[in-house]
Design a protein. Structure first.
Length: 188
C-alpha cells in the first residue's frame, strides 16, 4: 500500500464522538489562521511541494505523507483539530503521526479518540510497525494525548525545533518529546 492509494481521498474514520474526514478547503483556510506556525506544515499537501523541494526528495527516498484529516465532533460537525501521517517510511514500516488541536477543553477528548482511530488505521490498513509523534515539551495537552493513545515517551530532543515568529526577535529553540507505539504493544 502506498500514498497513491489515498492520493485524493483518505478514508473517513468514525468513533463514538469524533469523525476523521478529509479536510475541506474552507476548514483548511480557517485552520491556517488558528494554528501556530510550527503546526501549519500539517496543512500542506504533497501537491504543494515544488520539484526540487525537500518533500520531493523524501518521496524519492520512499518517505511519503498522507493528506490531512480534519478532527470533527461527530455530533456537531465542529472542527477541533487536524492529524495526518506526515512521514511514512515505506521500507521501514514506520510513520510520524502529527496532530494539532484548537486548544479548547472539549477538543482534548476528541483529540485522544482521533489519535486512537489513526493509530488503528496505521496498524491495520497501512501495516505500519512503528508510529511516532513529536510533541513540544511545554505542551501537556499533546503529550497527554499521545500517552493516552497508548504511546510511550522515548526521548527528549533538546533544541529540536526553531520557532521564528517573524517579528524581528531572535528565533527560539524548543525541546520536543518523542512518543512512539509499536504494533506489538498496541492493544487495538
Amino acid at each position: 500500500m502506498t500514498t497513491s492509494d489515498f492520493q485524493h481521498d483518505i478514508p473517513r474514520l468514525t468513533g463514538d464522538a469524533v469523525l476523521l474526514a478529509p479536510l475541506a478547503e474552507r476548514d483548511r483556510r480557517e485552520l491556517e489562521g488558528q494554528l501556530p506556525e510550527s503546526s501549519r506544515r500539517l496543512l500542506q499537501s504533497e501537491n504543494d511541494a515544488q520539484p526540487m523541494s525537500p518533500a520531493s526528495f523524501f518521496v524519492q527516498a520512499g518517505i511519503q505523507s498522507l493528506p490531512p484529516w480534519g478532527i470533527y465532533n461527530r455530533h456537531s460537525a465542529r472542527l477541533s483539530g487536524i492529524c495526518r501521517f506526515a512521514a511514512w517510511h515505506l521500507q521501514h514500516r514506520r510513520a510520524e503521526l502529527a496532530f494539532a488541536a484548537d486548544g479548547s477543553p472539549r477538543s482534548e477528548g476528541l483529540l485522544l479518540e482521533a489519535l486512537r482511530l489513526a493509530i488503528r488505521f496505521g496498524f491495520t490498513t497501512l501495516e505500519i510497525n512503528r508510529i511516532e509523534s513529536f510533541c513540544l515539551a511545554g505542551n501537556p495537552a499533546t503529550s497527554g494525548a499521545a500517552q493516552g493513545a497508548g504511546m510511550t515517551r522515548e526521548a527528549l530532543l533538546r533544541g529540536y525545533v526553531r520557532d521564528d515568529d517573524h517579528s524581528g526577535n531572535r528565533p527560539a529553540w524548543h525541546d520536543v518529546q518523542l512518543f512512539a507505539i509499536l504494533r506489538s504493544q498496541w492493544s487495538g
